[in-house]
Ligand binder design. Structure first.
Ligand code: PEP
Ligand code: CO
Length: 474
């Protein structure tokens, strides 16, 4: 994520084109989605204020460059060939308040450490992608929430409204589109600076891992295994450098890419640009936007928007997905079957994966569509906990078991599992139960911070990386 390219700035707020044709050959513009039915539509009460924010956002500089997006597309194409593995992780919902250096650094560190564990186990380079610098919008199962006789709009993430349960906080506020953009920009700026200043230089893992790992209450055997591994990595790098191997630079250079759910199409389309000397349109708010399980209807507004951009696009696929519908979806999003452009993120749930995954894998394989298969073992495994069922949690064993089933299903069908998508944090929260730290349901309230789904904490996330890496090795 280095090097800004000259981009055409200040694309104006363009009028919607009105077409109802679902055909992928139909005219497309960044706003043609507005003629379609929008799942998870936000009802902004002040339309003038919305137009004002969208126009302002359209004129601001892009957050990422088309060159970075092309680079990620290339890496994903290699992962589709089994040469790389993708690790995507971060908060379920980023909040504006959490835009703090300690929080961002902890997030980068856990992703980096997990990727080292995975490199070691899988023996292939890892593509690191954060759910950050824009993961501010959340789909909800209900548009409203009722408490004690009062009904208000649900909390749709900091991009839309605020979480406290009062009318003022829950009113969708278009100013937040700008505020989220600015928070995404400072988050990215900090990440770019950390990387540029050698924060994650693999030649010296001893400089950045020790103190953090002492603080984070890690099981001693896991810490020892981790140290052993990073020392081996450092030695291997030194050895290759001594031999004058030209690939060392590439191996030791750490890249991070950004991703978020492209849920709020006002935010996404306002930052969709054309770039000098390149064809097509680019979503320059993130490298890898994804389409959620609730918004992937093939004739809906989200697919209409996403079929027109050059970015790689990920799609979440749940247990109720019809495999032929998924092929239709891929054909609309990537009609020329270009490499590196389509990522399918399965999130079946441990209880259903064994039954639902193999027919899906087989059907897509038969269709000869080029996809990268990624496993999200989080979103099919959420359970209600607490006396009144109001606390959401996930069990470490369910999460691990879905990854294991997914690895086995791919092995049986002959497809390639090329990545893992997790909700995690580098902090010591108590949101998921299980793991060797022994978090129980009774512990959940001690440090539960997520405003949305429960995340693996630091120890659980690192442990998951070890277990998955080992499983791949067997
Ligand atoms: C998410 O990734 O936070 C999410 C809402 O996922 P899904 O669309 O798979 O439910
Ligand atoms: Co989530």
């Amino acid at each position: 994520m280095t090097g800004f390219k000259g981009l055409k700035m200040g694309a104006s707020h363009r009028p919607a084109s009105h077409t109802d044709t679902p055909s992928s050959a139909a005219h497309w513009s960044p706003e043609s989605w507005q003629a379609r039915s929008v799942a998870q539509m936000i009802d902004y009460p002040d339309r003038d204020a919305l137009d004002h924010s969208v126009a302002k956002l359209s004129a601001l500089p892009p957050l990422v460059t088309s060159g970075e997006v092309e680079r990620l597309t290339e890496l994903i194409a290699q992962a589709q060939e089994g040469q790389r593995f993708l690790l995507q992780g971060g908060d379920c919902a980023e909040t504006l308040d959490d835009c703090r250096p300690d929080k961002i650094t902890a997030q980068l560190k856990i992703l980096l450490q997990m990727s080292l564990v995975l490199v070691h186990g899988l023996k292939k380079p890892i593509i690191r992608i954060g759910r950050f610098a824009g993961q501010y919008a959340k789909p909800r199962s209900s548009t409203t929430e009722s408490r004690g006789g009062t009904t208000l709009p649900s909390y749709f993430g900091d991009l839309v409204n605020a979480s406290p349960f009062d009318a003022q906080s829950r009113r969708p506020d278009p100013e937040r589109l700008l505020s989220a953009y600015h928070h995404a920009a400072v988050t990215l700026n900090f990440i770019r600076s950390l990387i540029d200043s050698g924060f994650a230089d693999l030649h010296h893992p001893e400089n950045w891992d020790l103190r953090f790992m002492e603080q984070a209450g890690l099981r001693p055997s896991l810490r020892a295994e981790y140290h052993n591994m990073t020392n081996q990595l450092a030695e291997a790098l030194q050895f290759m450098e001594a031999l004058g191997d030209g690939t060392v630079d590439e191996l030791s250079r750490v890249e991070f890419f950004t991703s978020h759910e492209g849920l709020n199409l006002y935010y996404e389309s306002a930052q969709t640009r054309q770039v000098p000397r390149k064809t097509g349109w680019w979503n320059l708010t993130t490298h890898l936007p994804w389409i959620g399980e609730r918004t992937r209807g093939v004739d809906g507004a989200h697919i209409e928007y996403f079929r027109g951009i050059r970015n790689p696009v990920a799609v979440k696929i749940g247990a109720d997905a019809d495999p032929s519908e998924v092929v239709r979806l891929i054909n609309v999003l990537n009609p020329d079957n270009e490499p590196g452009r389509t990522v399918l993120v399965t999130r079946m749930g441990a209880a259903r994966a064994e039954k639902t995954l193999p027919p899906l894998l087989a059907h897509i394989a038969d269709s000869r569509r080029r996809v990268l298969w990624v496993c999200d073992p989080m979103h099919g495994n959420t359970r209600a906990s607490g006396a009144d069922g109001s606390i959401k949690t996930r069990h470490f064993d369910d999460i691990l078991s879905e990854v294991e089933m997914t690895i086995d299903a791919h092995a049986r069908i002959g497809t390639n599992l090329g990545g893992m998508h997790l909700e995690l944090t580098g902090e010591d929260v108590t949101e998921c139960v299980g793991g060797s730290g022994g978090i129980t349901e009774a512990d959940l309230s001690s440090n539960y911070e997520s405003l949305c789904d429960p995340r693996l904490n630091y120890q659980q996330a690192l442990e998951m990386a070890f277990l998955v890496a080992r499983r791949f090795g067997t």
